[in-house]
Design a protein around this ligand. Structure first.
Ligand code: UDP
Length: 239
């Protein structure tokens, strides 16, 4: 089936969404553009779009096999994937297994501290406000989600985290933290967006080397090389 790409519906920092002839479906196009610190730092990571598309689809297929409902329909090309059109819930769900990033700054915790059980946080998805940390009360009062939806986000967040820890561990990667986005679709909550080195912290299990967007954020070098390494570790098997 040849899916026709129609008008651009939304352009974000790393992806573009296009309409299709089916109003329930969209095409998610992955760019090489990279940004950090709320768009203050901008750049390009060569072939990031191809890598993130492949990595994310590999992961979403795995999650679907494990009973997690996602927006994934089918990969159309190296940078394009057909997805279900979600009504995105404006809450970013972050799971943390190891201390890093904003949590270290906010709470004065040293990077590398292990969290068992993991920490789950909600952030309000709003660039102008720099995605502030929120709790259930904010989400309910401001009607970003219902209590039933928050319960699903939490349950899915923890389940996806434990599935992803195992998935990455089997590929020699330590899942430090990552961000998830969900949306409403025909009465259900589905996992949307992407899971890739852009929105995860991934450290090599043996060397501890960072293989994610922190390399771009902090100008650590070998950005493309490490994204490619994640791709090789995640996508080389056919399981
Ligand atoms: N993250 C993301 N998009 C955001 C904020 C965070 O993908 O807008 C990811 C980030 O890559 C990391 C995790 O969520 O894997 C936790 O991010 P953190 O809160 O530590 O923020 P950061 O240090 O990235 O500002």
């Amino acid at each position: 089936m040849k899916i026709k790409r129609l008008e651009k519906v939304y352009e974000g920092k790393a992806k573009i969404l296009y309409a299709t002839e089916d109003p329930a479906l969209m095409i998610q196009y992955f760019k090489d553009d990279a940004s950090a610190f709320d768009g203050v730092k901008k750049g390009t990571i060569v072939d990031k779009g191809v890598i993130n598309n492949e990595v994310s689809n590999r992961i979403y297929k795995h999650l679907e096999e494990k009973g997690i409902k996602t927006h994934f329909v089918e990969q159309l090309s190296d940078r394009e994937t057909l997805v279900k059109r979600l009504d995105i819930i404006p809450i970013e769900v972050v799971l943390r297994n190891v201390a890093a990033g904003s949590l270290c700054k906010r709470l004065g915790i040293e990077e590398g501290k292990i969290f068992d059980p993991p920490i789950l946080e909600f952030f309000y998805k709003n660039d102008d406000l720099h995605d502030p940390l929120i709790n259930d009360c904010h989400a309910l009062i401001f009607k970003w989600a219902t209590q039933a939806e928050l319960d699903v986000l939490r349950e899915y967040g923890y389940r996806i985290n434990s599935l992803m820890i195992t998935f990455f561990k089997e590929r020699n990667i330590r899942l430090v933290d990552f961000k998830l986005e969900f949306g409403r679709y025909k009465g259900e909550i589905l996992l949307g967006d992407e899971i890739s080195p852009d929105g995860c912290r991934l450290w090599h299990s043996e060397t501890g080397e960072k293989m994610d967007k922190d390399r771009f954020r902090f100008s650590m070098g070998s950005v493309e090389e490490k994204y490619r390494e994640v791709y090789n570790l995640v996508c080389s098997d056919k399981n």
